[in-house]
Design a protein around this ligand. Structure first.
Ligand SMILES: [Zn+2]
Length: 73
């Protein structure tokens, strides 16, 4: 299970060293998201990061990151 959640407090993102989580930034603005993934998903991380990037770009275009959670598939 992989989830992508909008980070509302950007300060929290800087010292986010949680296991199995990665901070991803929108390439078009300052909005950041936390990508969280389960134990078994770590080795597919680069694929998930690509999907996360795509979802974030779409979210930026569609409604300027209104959605708090983005679906990844
Ligand atoms: Zn954006």
């Amino acid at each position: 299970m992989v989830s992508l959640t909008k980070i509302l407090d950007s300060k929290a993102a800087t010292n986010d060293t949680l296991l199995n989580a990665q901070v991803v930034r929108c390439p078009h603005c300052e909005q950041t998201y936390r990508l969280e993934y389960g134990e078994g998903e770590g080795r597919h991380l680069s694929a998930w990061l690509k999907k996360a990037d795509t979802a974030i770009r779409k979210s930026h275009k569609r409604d300027n990151h209104k959605m708090e959670k983005l679906k990844l598939r």
